[in-house]
Design a protein around this ligand. Structure first.
Ligand code: GLN
Length: 191
């Protein structure tokens, strides 16, 4: 099994550290030649979605990665990664992959709650620590989207087919259960 981590901007190294701790082989996607390598899963990290979206276009990574996602490659998307997948953004005209049928609100927690931590239940995984940094939340999701977690009645984690996406940063806590769940998704997709 090999997992590709988008590494054009943001908190990608932290995902690689968690994956390597789980003995999973991973490599970075920084330019289109990196896509010549095969991979079974993809991580879209947190960071700044506008910058990442621009770089995806400039580096000719957008179409090939979108193809991979629409053809079923499992994706783990955190924070800005969720924004990249969203079909619609509530407070922004920008659009990116649009493979996940949800509406996302960027920087949804305002200034005072710009960053915060909490602990909440995630369906199929258990109680996990959640670190939010200028985080989005999911304002709307079609019924086919499986809502995995809510915080203060806002949707913060979902699964839709091969896409696992969340508002927060599981790679910034010691709890690796979300990455384990994702690795299992990748394994199931290979078999
Ligand atoms: N605020 C960022 C954005 O809108 C996301 C923040 C994050 O990834 N931690 O892209």
């Amino acid at each position: 099994m090999r997992i590709a981590v988008l590494a054009v901007q943001g908190a990608f190294i932290e995902h690689e550290i968690v994956l390597r701790d789980l003995d999973v082989d991973c490599f970075e996607i920084r330019q289109s030649s990196d896509l010549l390598q095969d991979f079974d899963g993809l991580v879209l990290p947190g960071g700044e979605s506008t910058v990442m979206g621009k770089l995806l276009m400039e580096l000719n990574l957008f179409e090939p990665l979108k193809n991979k996602i629409t053809h079923g490659t499992p994706v783990l998307a955190t924070c800005a990664g969720l924004i990249l997948l969203a079909d619609k953004l509530e407070n922004d005209k920008t659009k990116h992959f649009q493979t996940l049928p949800v509406t996302v609100k960027r920087n949804a927690y305002g200034r005072q709650l710009g960053s915060f931590q909490t602990v909440a239940e995630m369906k199929g995984i258990g109680t996990v620590p959640m670190t939010f940094i200028r985080a989005p939340y999911i304002a709307e999701a079609i019924p086919d989207v499986d809502v995995l977690a809510k915080v203060d009645n806002k949707i913060v984690a979902v699964r839709y087919k091969n896409q696992l996406a969340m508002s927060f940063h599981p790679e910034l806590t010691k709890d690796n259960s979300i990455h384990k769940y994702f690795v299992q998704m990748v394994r199931n997709n290979i078999n």
